[in-house]
Design a protein around this ligand. Structure first.
Ligand SMILES: NC(=O)c1ccc[n+]([C@@H]2O[C@H](COP(=O)([O-])OP(=O)(O)OC[C@H]3O[C@@H](n4cnc5c(N)ncnc54)[C@H](O)[C@@H]3O)[C@@H](O)[C@H]2O)c1
Length: 334
């Protein structure tokens, strides 16, 4: 198949390599001309050190390449999905499958990324969401991993499953777009908090508490929006949460550690060379979405207060520990 990957960051590059290895004709598009030139010159992406880019990978900064594609993968950071989809809309032919691999929720609209793409492109192209516990650094090096391809269009989900499936990347299909996207976007907030806990010097128990209760509130919001409970026990739910809360490959986790050591989120992002920390943006969008549908998300709320309102981290943490008593599972006694 002819595939264009839009966004030559770590994830776009890793996925382009999977697609190339699977025998597809692949073009990797960079937003910046200099970025594309640099990839050509280095034969490597500095975001994915030690992984050579083969000659057969087409590199360009001209988005018109998407017009000839059977499949277009949108792999930009979440803040750039709308502007990228806007450029893509007049080019892309009817029936081209669009694959959304970013993790986030749009700030102003609270849209999931597939909703942002549909808003710009309309219904002429089926959309598939591809998310899971997959660090670019590991997928790029062929480390065994698994991911979920979710779509309301069953045929498109299965095309994408076949396209990415390899002996080193298992792809599961799912109809639960809402569950997969909410799980993928919101775990970044919990990952920042897991980093904070590590940075503050707390223990394994604290991290386990945070991850478990974090998943509970992600699932609560996801189900209120129409996601299925079982999705949150799957790869895009607990799977992604495990990988992102426990690995130093996660920027969200690393940013949280710096915050736990006393830095603000802005200082943490600067220290990390201006890398995108999706959890920062997701905290505001998730909170807005939770307020809109009337769902309680205490950890996300605390993360928001620390990152956006400057609340002291110790105070926020104590606030969570001293909340009123709860049943572990809601409605257990009914
Ligand atoms: N890195 C991972 O391991 C990983 C894994 C799964 C999903 N994701 C998701 O994929 C998305 C991309 O992540 P990444 O790690 O590749 O990001 P990255 O920080 O490595 O790359 C950022 C890229 O965005 C491009 N960019 C910057 N401004 C742009 C704009 N206005 N329009 C279009 N492109 C622009 C830059 O050229 C750069 O190539 C994120 O939503 C992330 O959550 C990342």
């Amino acid at each position: 198949m002819n595939v264009t990957v839009l966004g030559s960051g770590a994830w776009g590059t890793a996925l382009a390599l999977v697609l190339l290895e699977n025998g597809n004709q692949v073009t990797l598009w960079s937003f910046f001309q200099e970025e594309s030139d640099r990839l050509k010159e280095l034969h490597e992406n500095p975001m994915l050190k030690g992984v050579p880019l083969p000659e057969e990978l087409n590199l360009t900064a001209d988005i018109s390449c998407a017009a000839q594609s059977d499949v277009v993968v949108l792999a930009t950071p979440s803040f750039a999905v709308r502007s990228t989809a806007q450029k893509l809309a007049p080019l892309v032919k009817q029936g081209t499958i669009l694959v959304s691999v970013g993790k986030g929720i749009e700030k102003d609209t609270s849209f999931r990324l597939s909703q942002v793409i549909a808003d710009e492109v309309g219904d002429k192209c089926p959309i598939v969401v591809l998310c899971g516990p997959t660090h670019a650094e590991e997928v790029g090096r062929g480390i065994p991993s698994a991911i979920v391809a979710a779509s309301e269009n069953r045929m498109a989900a299965h095309v994408v499953q076949d396209l990415f499936m390899s002996p080193r990347l298992r792809v599961y299909a799912s109809p639960d777009v809402v569950g997969v996207e909410i799980g993928a976007a919101l775990k970044n907030v919990i990952a920042v908090c897991a980093g904070v806990i590590d940075g503050m010097g707390f223990g394994d128990n604290t991290r386990a508490m945070l991850m478990t209760r974090g998943l509970t509130e992600i699932a609560r919001l996801g189900m209120a929006l129409g996601g299925k409970q079982s999705t949150f026990a799957g790869l895009a739910g607990v799977g992604d949460l495990i990988v992102t809360c426990t690995s130093m490959n996660s920027r969200n986790h690393r940013a949280g550690i710096l915050m736990g050591q006393g830095k603000t989120i802005q200082q943490a992002m600067e220290e990390m060379g201006g890398a995108v920390v999706e959890g920062y943006y997701a905290a505001a969008s998730a909170r807005a979405l939770a307020h809109k549908v009337g769902v309680e998300m205490p950890i996300t709320e605390a993360a928001y207060r620390v990152m956006y309102e400057g609340q002291d981290i110790n105070e926020a943490f104590q606030g969570l520990m001293t909340r009123g008593k709860k049943d572990e599972i809601e409605d257990t006694w009914l």
